[in-house]
Design a protein around this ligand. Structure first.
Ligand SMILES: Cc1cc2nc3c(=O)[nH]c(=O)nc-3n(C[C@H](O)[C@H](O)[C@H](O)COP(=O)(O)O)c2cc1C
Length: 310
C-alpha cells in the first residue's frame, strides 16, 4: 500500500456536517458542564468524501499486524494528522494520531500471538462515555481516518481488544468523560504476511477476508433500488471485530435502516461500533450510485440508524 503519498484533497474539504435536531435520549451532564441537549448527536454524513478513492482502497485493504518499522512518509503523516484533527462529524467521537507509537500499546491475544509489531505510528479512536450513539459515531469517524490513511499508502488494523487501554490513555490527552474505544497501528506492512497473520488470522492472500453474501445481511436486497444495493455491496467489505459483520439492513419507504443482529454482549467492542464502520461504507456506495443522503441515528433496541435521502 505504499504507492500513494500525494496530499489529501479531502483534508481541506472535510467539514462538520451536522443537522441539528432533538436527541431522543435523556440528556445527562457528564461533569464537563456540557449537557447533551447542546450536542445534538443525531445525524452523520460526509458529502465531501473522496468516494471513488475510498471505495477502491476499501476493496483492496486488509488488516495488517506486522510492520517493517519504517516511519511513515512525512507528507502522508502530516496529511492524516490534519484529517484526523479536522474530521469530526459528531461531537462525541474523534480520532487522534500518535506519530510515535510505543510498541507497548499493542497486546497479544495469546502470549505474543496477535501482537502488532514494527508499527511506527497509530490512530486512537476516542468517544464520550454514555453519549447517545457514541459507538456508531466512533466507528464512522474512525473508519474515515482508516480509509484516508489507506489512500495515503499506509496499512492499518482496527484493534478493540488487543490493546493496552491504560497505556494508550497515557499517550493521548482525553477530555472529561472520554475514553479510548480502539486504536489502529499505522505504517508499512511487511511485504509478506507474518506467521501469526497466516495462522491466526487466516490471511493467506492479499485483500480483505471473506465476507457474508449481501442477501445474508440484507434480506430482499435484490428488489431494492440501485443506490441501496450499491450501499449494501460497499458495506459488505467493511472490517468488523472478529469479522462478525453484525450489521443487518432493511429497506422500507425509501430509507435504509441498519440494526445489529443478536445481543450486544461482547463488551470489548460494541456491535454498534462495527455498524458505524459499515455505515460509512454504505454511504460511499450509495453516493457512488448517484444519491446523497445522511444517517439519522436511532436509539431503539438493536436499531442503529436510518439512511435518508436528502
Ligand atoms: C472494531 C474492530 C475491532 C477489532 N479488534 C481487533 C483486535 O482486538 N485484535 C485484532 O487482532 N484484530 C481486530 N480487528 C480486526 C478484525 O479481526 C478484522 O477487521 C476482520 O477479521 C476482517 O479482516 P480484514 O480487515 O483483513 O478484512 C478489529 C476490527 C474491528 C473493525
Amino acid at each position: 500500500m505504499r504507492d500513494m503519498t500525494r496530499h489529501s484533497r479531502c483534508v481541506e474539504e472535510c467539514t462538520r456536517t451536522r443537522i441539528p435536531s432533538t436527541p431522543r435520549l435523556a440528556s445527562p451532564d457528564f461533569g464537563n458542564g456540557t449537557p447533551f441537549e447542546e450536542l445534538s448527536v443525531t445525524t452523520l454524513s460526509f458529502p465531501q468524501a473522496p468516494v471513488a478513492d475510498w471505495l477502491k482502497v476499501g476493496r483492496e485493504r486488509s488488516s495488517r499486524r506486522s510492520y517493517d518499522g519504517t516511519p511513515v512518509d512525512a507528507t502522508a503523516i502530516a496529511a492524516i494528522e490534519q484529517f484526523a484533527h479536522t474530521f469530526h462529524p459528531s461531537d462525541v467521537a474523534r480520532t487522534v494520531l500518535l506519530r510515535q507509537a510505543s510498541p507497548r500499546i499493542f497486546t497479544g491475544i495469546v502470549g505474543s500471538y496477535g501482537k502488532v509489531s514494527g508499527a511506527p505510528s497509530a490512530l486512537v479512536f476516542i468517544g464520550t462515555v454514555g453519549a447517545p450513539g457514541v459507538d456508531e459515531c466512533v466507528g464512522y469517524t474512525g473508519e474515515a481516518a482508516v480509509l484516508e490513511a489507506t489512500r495515503l499508502g499506509m496499512d492499518s488494523c482496527w484493534l478493540g481488544g488487543t490493546l493496552n487501554a491504560a497505556r494508550v490513555t497515557d499517550a493521548v490527552k482525553l477530555k472529561s468523560g472520554e475514553r479510548v474505544f480502539g486504536i489502529s497501528p499505522l505504517g508499512y506492512a511487511t511485504s509478506r504476511t507474518s506467521f501469526a497473520e497466516r495462522t491466526i488470522f487466516g490471511h493467506t492472500s492479499p485483500g480483505p477476508k471473506p465476507r457474508k453474501f449481501a442477501e445474508e445481511t440484507a434480506p430482499g436486497f435484490d428488489s431494492w433500488p440501485p443506490w441501496a444495493r450499491a450501499g449494501v455491496e460497499a458495506a459488505r467489505l467493511a472490517p468488523s471485530a472478529l469479522n462478525r459483520q453484525p450489521w443487518r439492513f432493511s429497506y422500507a419507504q425509501g430509507r435504509i435502516t441498519v440494526a445489529h443482529e443478536g445481543s450486544d454482549a461482547y463488551k470489548k467492542v460494541s456491535k454498534r461500533l462495527d455498524c458505524g464502520i459499515a455505515m460509512l461504507h454504505f454511504e460511499l456506495g450509495a453516493r457512488h450510485a448517484g444519491v446523497s443522503g445522511h444517517w439519522e441515528l436511532l436509539s431503539t433496541g438493536s436499531d442503529v440508524a436510518s439512511f435518508v435521502l436528502d
